[in-house]
Design a protein around this ligand. Structure first.
Ligand SMILES: Nc1ncnc2c1ncn2[C@@H]1O[C@H](COP(=O)(O)OP(=O)(O)OP(=O)(O)O)[C@@H](O)[C@H]1O
Length: 285
């Protein structure tokens, strides 16, 4: 590290020699509404290599969730194509694991039973699935809590159960849509550290959707900044900070410079969004 943020790269491809785990190619999506077509995202192309951690950041309404839902196969494709591990995505795919903002635990199952659930669906025998589930419970730091029910856990712990359950079916790509947004700041930072430890241990490929700049810089190899509507890729910023990373780095000078650099781009887009919303409400009044 030279103490300076690396200049933003226009490159959208994975690094030379790296295998692409996710390939998003000229993807666009619009929605038909009573007021005409809303173009949510347009001409989005990027690649995420195996074991890479990439974040997508953008102002509210720039199409982050639309992109997430398209990659996760939850929304019918518009223009372009998406491939995960070389396979085209046109619906939910077993290579993809998804974590959402709200934890998605089953309240009637214990921690261990929650994490074992995807293995049960796969028909893994009971003893084997509980052994494997226990490994993932330990990985997210919940060893000792396996017999507890979700209602007996904090929000951060429940989100760790969701992450463990998603990881238990060993997805090739982990897609996370603002997974820490409902948590308080301290839990968010500590859970970020935990996710990084897990990602490094499993060499997991991750695409994180967020609106939090600190989170994006702390966790990512690259940050994709989106424009306000229609959502396009404005810039891709490689984060040249050493690993392993922890939330302790947040106070470093170089970390602060990355934050400032990304905020400068985001502020422009967020201001545009705010202005458009104000004009719209003036017209409606
Ligand atoms: N089902 C839908 N029907 C009509 N318009 C939609 C639909 N889904 C999204 N949009 C529009 O597409 C644009 C992008 O929405 P999207 O939810 O993807 O943005 P976002 O970046 O995730 O926003 P936020 O950060 O506020 O969650 C917005 O203008 C939104 O109003």
């Amino acid at each position: 590290m030279n103490g300076q943020p690396t200049p933003a790269s226009p490159a959208i491809e994975a690094g030379a020699g790296c295998k692409a785990m996710l390939k998003v190619d000229k993807v666009g999506r619009h929605f038909d509404t009573d007021e005409g077509a809303v173009v949510a995202i347009e001409d989005i192309s990027f690649t995420v290599s195996e074991s890479e951690f990439v974040s997508v950041i953008g102002p509210s309404g720039c199409g982050k969730s639309t992109l997430f839902n398209l990659i996760g196969g939850l929304l019918p494709m518009g223009e372009g194509s998406i491939r995960v591990a070389g396979e085209p995505i046109d619906g939910p795919h077993s290579a993809i694991g998804m974590v959402f903002q709200e934890d998605a635990t089953f309240p009637w199952r214990t921690v261990l039973e929650n994490v074992a659930f995807p293995l049960e669906l796969q028909g893994v025998p009971k003893k084997e699935r509980f052994e494997k589930a226990q490994q993932f419970v330990n990985l997210v730091g919940l060893g000792g809590f396996e017999r507890r029910y979700p209602a007996e856990l904090s929000g951060g712990m429940r989100q760790r159960v969701s992450i463990a359950r998603t990881l238990a079916h060993e997805p090739k790509l982990l897609l996370m849509d603002e997974p820490f947004a409902a948590l308080d700041e301290q839990t968010r930072l500590l859970l970020g550290d935990k996710v990084l430890q897990i990602q490094q241990a499993l060499r997991q490929t991750v695409l994180l959707i967020t609106h939090n700049i600190t989170e994006a810089v702390q966790l990512s190899d690259r940050v994709l900044i989106m424009t306000y509507r229609p959502g396009r890729i404005k810039r891709i910023v490689p984060i040249d900070l050493p690993r392993p990373r922890t939330s302790e780095m947040l106070s470093s000078e170089v970390f602060g410079r990355y934050i400032a650099e990304i905020w400068a781009d985001l502020r422009e887009e967020a201001s545009r969004g705010m202005l458009e919303a104000e004009n719209y409400s003036r017209k409606e009044a």
